[in-house]
Ligand binder design. Structure first.
Ligand SMILES: *Cc1c(COP(=O)(O)O)cnc(C)c1O
Length: 376
């Protein structure tokens, strides 16, 4: 079983897809209904006709690779994940290019991260081959669901959970892996709009040695109350500080964060084990460095950012992740401070990075780093 990261070559993809038995639904969504759903998709509300699935048994390993009708799962009330949250997920997108071909972005990075998350949650690793094969098999089956509007895509959600009906506390001996897909329109309907961020003083999403660098549902559960607190304070999103000193920026509930200084340098919190390593984050570090800018991964004290916003040395702040790509931050607030960022407008570098990345993803710019993989 290969779990190490490797690139899947186009000629290899056919064999990986062929491992998936396509059991097509006999009740596909009528064309008119699908077209209506594709016209104005709201994030995560509408799903395609099928889902990819692979099961795991401790005795047999991964088996029964298939694409089947999308639908509810029947779970025993004692199913382990419902009690102990042994679950991980990924988030990716399939992009339709002008010639009708469908592509995804750096899937090997997501596959490798999925394997790392699995290790931390004591789940079995899915191979890079099965991860990418499942996505390609699903996208090919539901090709008509890939939207072609501006900034639209098919959001892909691979996930894995402990499906064994057993209340004992140990790694489950039965696991399910699925990938579902949902058409999404532009994250910012009506143009990119800066978000406001509340820096939580009372809660953390992760601590040293915890699961912060694994993409698991439990981290999100821990972020919901502080996210509510942010909204009660009039902000859109919450930003977490490190759990040890409560003084360094870590990230938002589901996005990494960048700070642009007035000397042109770009800073992002270094990966300490409690920050999720975003594929968007690492891509932005590359793109910014390509332009000859100095990029710095380091511990960033909140105090320094607050002072920099007051004296103008912090020029821009943005958040990033697959769903929203790059999101300008227009306001940073907390218990003792409240600052406008970049006059509340999208920053210049923020928007340049956003455009460059989305141009690569949608095939409008040359893919000079070899990040794109054709799925169909
Ligand atoms: C998924 C995620 C991100 C962003 O990762 P991308 O690979 O860029 O989509 C950032 N932080 C958290 C906590 C996440 O779960």
């Amino acid at each position: 079983m290969t779990t190490t990261s490797h690139n899947v070559l186009p000629e290899e993809l056919e064999d990986l897809v062929a491992l998936f038995d396509v059991r097509g639904t006999d009740e596909p969504t009528p064309d008119a209904e699908r077209e209506e759903a594709l016209a104005s998709p709201r994030f995560g509300t509408v799903f395609t006709d099928h889902m990819a699935r692979v099961s795991w048994r401790q005795e047999d390993g991964w088996l029964d690779r298939r694409v089947e009708k999308y639908g509810p799962l029947q779970l025993d009330p004692a199913t382990a994940v419902l009690h102990y949250a042994q679950e991980i997920f990924e988030g990716m997108k399939a992009y339709k290019h002008a010639d009708g071909s469908v592509w995804t972005f750096r899937p090997e990075s997501n596959a490798a991260r999925f394997a790392r998350s699995a290790h931390r949650l004591a789940l079995p690793a899915l191979t890079v081959d099965d991860f990418i094969g499942s996505i390609a098999a699903l996208v090919r089956t539901d090709l008509a669901w890939v939207p072609d509007g501006e900034d639209s895509s098919l959001y892909l959600r691979p996930f894995m959970f402990a499906s064994e009906p057993f209340l004992g506390v140990r790694p489950a001996a039965q696991v399910e892996y699925l990938c579902i897909a949902s058409p999404v329109g532009p994250y910012f309907a009506g143009g990119v709009k800066p978000v406001s961020i509340w820096v939580s003083q009372d809660y953390h999403r992760a601590g040293p040695g915890g699961t912060g660098d694994a993409k698991c549902g439990g981290n999100y559960a821990a972020s919901l109350l502080p996210q509510t607190e942010a909204q009660q304070n009039g902000c859109d999103q919450v930003c977490f500080l490190d759990a040890t000193t409560n003084s360094y920026l870590e990230e938002l509930g589901g996005m990494n964060i960048f700070v642009v200084m007035d000397d042109g340098t770009v800073h992002t919190p270094e990966l300490t084990g409690s920050i999720l390593e975003g594929v968007t984050r690492s891509s932005i570090l590359r793109l910014v460095a390509d332009h000859g800018r100095e990029v710095v991964e380091r511990k960033i004290p909140l105090e320094e950012v607050v002072a920099g916003l007051a004296d103008g040395s912090v020029r821009e702040i943005f958040a990033c992740g697959t769903a929203a790509v790059v999101t300008p931050v227009g306001r940073l607030a907390g218990g003792t401070f409240d600052h406008t960022v970049a006059d509340g407008e999208p920053g210049e570098l923020t928007m340049a990075v956003r455009t460059e990345l989305t141009d690569i993803q949608y095939g409008r710019a040359q893919d000079r780093h070899g990040w794109m993989r054709r799925l169909a």
